[in-house]
Structure formats: structure tokens, C-alpha cells
Design a protein around this ligand. Sequence first.
Ligand code: COS
Length: 385
Amino acid sequence: MIDFELTDEQRLIHETARDFTDREIVPVARDNDRNERFDTDLVKKLGDMGYLGPIVSEEYGGRGLDYRTYALIVEEIGRGDSSARTVVSVQTSLVCSSIQRWGTEDQKHAWLPRLCSGEVLGCFGLTEPDTGSDAANLRTRAEKTGDGWRISGQKQWISMGNYAKVALIFAQTDPEKKHRGLAAFLVPTESEGFSSSSIHGKLGLRASDTAELQLDGVEVADDALLGDVGDGFKVAMSALDSGRYSVAAGCVGICQGCVDASVAYSKERKQFGRPIASFQLVQEMIADMTVDTEAARVLVWRAGWLKDSGRPSTTETSVAKLFATEAAVRNANLAIQVHGGSGYVDDYPVERYMRDARVTTLYEGTSQIQKLIIGRAMTGVNAMV
Ligand code: COS
């Protein structure tokens, strides 16, 4: 049974994350957004708090928390700033959880403690200029050498790609095998032939580092392989099971931030001699936002509960991701409406919520991909080919 009552430990972790967000993230979010600043001081603080790998076992430097408790942290950080939340999601869900699940003992000891502390950042190199939704169809190639691999290709839209010390790179080893030829590699970014460049001009997530990666014959040893040759697609999909969950939890934070900002603004803003909170049409917007927020949170909670009980959760994660990300876009749009002209400038967080929410229905699987995953699970018919 899902229990909605937080344990004392969960309550404490939640309150700590809320205080941290209000103290360290909210005050700098606007300026970081304006200046497109990837805030390395804030990243260090996230590491110090244990937010860069909370679900990793304590043995490897994590906090050994369950998925529901992880969601409480991610929701609060997402309420503060989605760019900071992206650091937590990528580091924890895409990179650390992949190493924890697929890595050898040596790989886990080599990378996880440093990733969890924030000493090093990691990035997730799946997407390419010509490969987005069709994730199995990678152009990046890995060729066997005597005692290792030579990797060549390009990766695009890679969060933290300019700061990462390790890149989880997905490459094709044998195109005839299609998704069963893919392999995942832990590539140190200082390797010869590895380079990155920044992508600017984004609608939102402006304080998040986004890169294009170039791999020109990058040589790695056999021990860089994560999982076996042919496991690459499963490594990617299992990472996305965790990553989509984290994005969904972050979007619950955006939803809640929209409610909080709209309630506060509607009570202080007066028109026609009364606070606008007293108008039914304003209350309707706040009610709609609240319902979306609560529903998204419960869906995230259910997906987390399945993960914590070791049950399959891919479909339920897609349900949560689809609903929470679309709800965040709806809520941000309504929150701007409640704020009127003030919502259109960055004196209030709601226009940033709108810009930041918009990417969440695109990355880690578009809303359309989530619907196809859900539709396939419901019907047993694959509509993707
Ligand atoms: N965990 C582990 N293994 C998984 C898995 C999961 N969640 N989902 C699928 N697999 C395995 C399957 O078991 C199957 O294994 P076999 O080869 O042994 O049969 C294999 O992976 C292929 O699975 P499936 O048939 O579901 O793959 P599809 O090609 O149909 O997948 C989708 C298509 C659309 C689901 C996939 O390509 C996808 O999620 N695309 C979106 C990618 C994305 O999110 N990109 C954003 C990148 S991060 S910004």
C-alpha cells in the first residue's frame, strides 16, 4: 500500500531541502538566468548537501535514500530553479544510477564517491544531431582496438557537457545488430580527441550548461565499458526510467511554485478596490493549478513507490513524466495570467517557470514518446515502427 504519511526522516529531509532552496537557490535564480551563468558555487553546495547522488548506496558515497525521498528533494530544488534541478537529475539519475546499476566494483569505486560529493560532474551522451526520439539509431561508432575502444561521433543537447569530467557515451559497435549493438562507455572528458562547445540562445534553462560534444577517435581502455557490448540500449533506457522520474518530480516543484507565487500575488494585488484573490475567475485559475499540482505529485509518488518496491515502473514513470511536465507548462501559463503584466517580466519567477517548463515536455523523451510508451503498454501494439 502507498502510505502518504512522511516518516520523521522524510519530513526532516524535505524541510531541509525547502530551507536550502529558499536560502541558496531562490535568491540567485534570476541573476543566474539573466546571465546564463552555470553556478559552480551552487553546484558545490548541492554536493555538500548530498543532493548529487542521494539514491546511491552509502557504500559508494551516496545517502542510500529511497526514490520517494529523492522526489521530495528534487521537487524543492525544482521549485527554486530548474537549472539547478537539472544538475541534480543528470548527475543522480542519468549518470550515478547507471554506474550503480551497471558498473563493476572498480567503476563504482572510481566514480561514484566523487560524483556524489560533487568533486566531479558527469554528463549523459545519448542524443545526437540526427538522433533524438529514435534513440537506438546512433551514428556514434565504437571500434574495438587491441586493448580498448576507439570512439568517434557527435552528441548534442548534453547538459553539463562543458563541465563534466566523465561522459557516459552511447555508441554503436555493430550497425547490423541495431539496438543490440549499442554499448555504453565511461569516457574521461580530458581524453585526447574529446571536445565540447556551448549551445546558447535557449528559451529557458539558461543557467544550465548545454553542450555539443565531439569525439574524434577517442581511445578508451576496455574497463571504460559500462555493462557488456550490446547492453547500451538497456543502460540508456534504465537511466531514463530514473531520469524521467526526476524530471517529473522537478515539474511538481514548478507546479507548486506557480501556486505559491499566484496565491501570494493575488492576495496583495488589488483591482476594483479588492484583492484579485477575491475574484472567482482568479480563484478558478488557482484551483486548476492546485489540482494539477496534487495530481502530478501523486503520480510521481506512485512511480517512486513502485521503484522502491522493486516492481516494474517504466509505464508509470512515463505517466508521471507526461502529466507532470504538461502540468508544469499549464501551471506556468496560468500563473503568468494571474500575475498579469507583472508576470511577463522577471521580477516574479513565473515567466522563468514558463520558459524552463517548456523543455521538460521535450527532453528525456517528448510527450509524444511517453504517450507511445503508455499506448503500447495498454494495447500491446507497438505504434513506434
Ligand atoms: N530498462 C531496461 N531495458 C529496457 C527498458 C528499460 N526501461 N525499456 C526497454 N528495454 C529493453 C527491452 O527489454 C528490449 O530488450 P531486448 O533487446 O532484449 O528485447 C530493448 O530494450 C528494446 O526495447 P523496446 O523494444 O522497448 O525499444 P524501442 O526501440 O521500441 O524503444 C523508445 C523505443 C521510443 C521507447 C525509445 O527509443 C525511447 O525511449 N526513445 C526516446 C529517447 C529519449 O528519451 N531521448 C531523450 C534522451 S535524454 S535528453
